[in-house]
Design a protein around this ligand. Structure first.
Ligand code: BGC
Length: 748
């Protein structure tokens, strides 16, 4: 150990002069790694590539695991959730293993540890980097106190299909928004420096294209042409690398016929050579050996060979490397220097995490679970992620109203935490029922349905009686947490069970209904939208869902979120996203013929001749970026600084926003562009900037945006990444389907 400390001392001391620092410390870093590597046996090196899975529920620390750690057969551990086990395993690694190399302890800390924040799709609806960063900061502080120093987050998979269960865990459908938020997650998890006492290493996952699973079916095949990869799926990963993410996880899916965990092009050429990633790449759970089921690897040994040749550094849970790397090296199939490369990448991150200096959990760093500030941050996030989709004036409620609080999610402490919350504790969740009760509001609670899939109509009569005695119904509907997340895709994404029937029954009472949706994805509500007076998307809001909802419904706060995904009318429209391409026959109002308007026995013709569905048309229920507040805004005076710009110019775009209502309001002002003609076809709109603004009643604020030719770059089929000269449209507005428009020209 002494040897390491002297070395680390040198590295730290070299950090005084900024420019020189990087080089000196990088050099020292590599020297340290090389010298350590030179002392390691082949077996120990292979050990470093091993991320061993354990069960967080184990009550005993197995002797076999201790022995493996002692022999240097384990580089990292997954799900060790007992602090004494963490301490003991690290002690064995640092004191008894051949080269005293510390272990990394990983866990999925996805949207909070104990204090649970809204699901990532909800966090994305905040469009707010500060909120996102504080959520991952809180998660890191709480997780680090139990010895976890590596999280498998953020997930940066662009998701354009709400059937996919993991859309809940995604940053939504837009590469720009996902990039901004991805950076914020990483800054929060990793803090100012990877070796900070409350920092945890982040992992950008799943590299790559996992969200493009065909049909929204989890793990499914993807076909991603090169321009799509580079223009849509890659940018959030690039942003993560720019933010200094320590690790990257490969995805389960195959891309164009080659599984991600054995994909040399993606791992070597793109991630290492082009993007210069110098952290380590870990596989997903068993994804190395799953290449056998994919039909890409013949057996476990072949899987190890393919992953190693592709440049995968660490294998999660399966043991293809552990069982076969040695043999593959002895046979000359894999070289020693290939293995050394993996080990160096892993040691580099261990070094940057400060593990050689401070391998142990800080026992004085008492767990600050559910600290007041953590709960406050979670409450703020839930408010900022709530999206108001409809309001005929019923919201905000006044406190003297008698409210019938109904629906299966109104008091569902476990479900409101959402997917990936192994460490959240339902007894700490404050449900809407609890919050309303604590606030002493005039509320009668009658859930009627016990869970979201409850099909019983038994309680309907009582529900009608309760509703009739109330002024307004707050119906908290949705999906249980288990209906979204990994392997929880749905083909039909409406409200399950008897929820729709109950809403229709209640609407007959004539009482206004506020539909609050807690779900892991957009839920199709076409059948019931006319039966309700307001719709608030609340995602799975986490620990503080109840108090956040109460503040939003009663107008203490506005619903501040905007949709990070297009909200479909029917799952038949999926995949559906705003930044699609045009067809040769774009849909339009004049030509659209609805199914029931077609005359019986009509002559065979190409109705309307454009790209639409006969039964549900061609528009979403709610567009990307959409969300109402409690006031109205007017956008005016869109001005661009020039109508022609060169490659080195900046275009300044100004717009004014007036608050026409009688209360202050917050708006997320969105800027989109369209490259009208390209060397490959270009999306109809692309988000390039957004800004949050608060405007007082009667006030008008001017907003300024700046973009340059850098923002207009894209990759074409030749692999050229460039902005192309020509005409551009530019919009500023409240969402992707509306906005003031200008045009400009990009010249040579
Ligand atoms: C998921 C990953 C996760 C890993 C470890 C896998 O099933 O796809 O996202 O990090 O398990 O829990």
């Amino acid at each position: 150990m002494k040897y390491y400390l002297i070395f680390i001392g040198c590295i730290v001391m070299s950090c005084s002069n900024k420019d020189a620092t990087l080089k000196v410390s990088d050099h020292a870093e590599e020297q340290f790694i090389d010298s350590l590597l030179s002392k390691m046996t082949l077996n120990e090196k292979i050990g470093q590539t091993n991320l061993r899975g354990t069960s967080s529920r184990s009550k005993v620390l197995s002797e076999a695991l201790k022995e493996d750690v002692r022999q240097g057969k384990v580089g990292a551990l997954l799900n060790v959730m007992n602090v004494e086990f963490v301490d003991e395993l690290q002690r064995i690694a640092v004191e008894e293993s051949p080269n005293n190399i510390p272990i990394i302890f990983g866990r999925d800390i996805v949207h909070g540890f104990k204090t649970v924040f809204p699901i990532p799709l909800g966090m994305a609806a905040s469009w707010d980097e500060n909120v996102v960063r504080s959520s991952s900061r809180v998660a890191a502080i709480e997780a680090r106190s139990v010895g976890i120093n590596w999280t498998f987050a953020p997930m940066l998979d662009i998701a354009r299909d709400s059937r996919w269960g993991r859309i809940a865990e995604s940053p939504g459908e837009d590469p720009y928004l996902a990039s901004v938020l991805g950076k914020a997650y990483i800054k929060g998890f990793q803090g100012d420096s990877l070796n900070g006492s409350t920092s945890i290493a982040a992992c950008a996952k799943h590299y790559i294209g996992y969200g493009a699973a065909m049909g929204g079916r989890d793990y499914n095949t993807t076909l991603i042409p090169e321009p799509l990869l580079r223009n849509v799926y890659l940018p959030p990963f690039k942003a993560a690398l720019d933010a200094g993410v320590a690790t990257v996880m490969t995805s389960f899916n195959e891309i164009n016929g080659i599984p991600a965990s054995g994909n040399a092009y993606l791992l070597k050429e793109v991630l290492r050579d082009e993007l210069e990633f110098d952290g380590f790449v870990v596989s997903d759970w068993d994804s190395v050996i799953e290449m056998i089921a994919h039909g890409y690897a013949a057996d476990e040994k072949h899987a190890a060979e393919l992953s190693a040749k592709a440049g995968l550094d660490m294998e999660m849970t399966s043991k293809a490397y552990e069982n076969h790397l040695k043999e593959l090296i002895e046979e000359g199939v894999i070289t020693r220097s290939q293995l050394d490369g993996f080990v160096k990448n892993i040691l580099r991150i261990k070094l940057r995490m400060g593990l050689f200096k401070t391998p142990y959990r800080d026992k004085n760093n008492e767990a600050s679970f559910y600290a007041k500030s953590h709960l406050k941050a979670a409450e703020e996030a839930a408010i900022k992620s709530s999206v108001l989709l409809k309001n005929n004036g019923v919201l905000p409620l006044s406190s003297d109203m008698k409210v019938a609080l109904m629906g299966p999610l109104a008091n569902a402490p476990l479900d409101q935490m959402g997917t990936w919350t192994f460490d959240g504790e339902e007894e700490h969740s404050i449900t809407p029922f609890k919050a309303f009760e604590t606030a002493n509001l005039n509320v009668v609670f009658e859930p009627v349905l016990t869970h979201s899939r409850d099909r019983s109509t038994e309680g309907f009569e009582k529900a009608i009686r309760v509703a009739k005695q109330s002024d307004v119904i707050v119906f908290v509907a949705g999906e249980e947490a288990i209906l979204s997340g990994e392997a929880h895709s749905r083909a039909v994404i409406n409200l399950p069970g008897a929820q729709e029937d109950l809403i229709k029954t209640l609407s007959k009472t004539g009482k206004p209904i506020i539909l609050v949706i807690m779900a892991g994805r957009p839920i199709t509500i076409t059948n019931i939208i006319d039966d309700v007076d307001a719709v608030l998307m609340f995602w799975h809001p986490g620990t503080m869902g109840g108090p956040a909802l109460q503040q939003v419904l009663y107008g203490e706060r506005e619903p501040e979120g905007r949709l990070p995904v297009t909200w479909p009318k029917s799952s038949g429209q999926l995949p559906y996203f705003y930044n699609h391409k045009n067809t040769g026959r774009p849909a339009n109002k004049q030509d659209y013929v609805a199914m029931y308007d077609i005359p019986i026995g009509a002559w065979q013709s190409s109705l309307g001749n454009d790209s639409h569905y006969l039964d549900i048309g061609y528009t979403p229920h709610f567009p990307f970026g959409y969300g109402l507040g409690y006031t109205q805004f007017k956008y005016d005076d869109l001005k661009i600084s020039k109508d022609t710009i060169g490659f080195n110019d900046t275009l300044e775009v100004k717009v004014s926003i007036a608050n026409l209502g009688d209360r202050p309001g917050k708006e997320i002002v969105q800027l989109y562009t369209q490259d009208v003609v390209g060397s490959i076809t270009r999306p109809v709109k692309e988000l390039k900037r957004f800004q949050h603004v608060t405007v007082k009643p009667g006030e008008t604020k001017q907003m300024t945006f700046r973009i340059s030719s850098d923002d207009l770059k894209f990759t074409n089929h030749e692999g050229t990444r460039a902005a192309e000269t020509g005409d551009f449209n530019i919009w500023i507005g409240p969402h992707a389907a509306s906005g003031l428009k200008e045009t400009f020209y990009l010249k040579e």
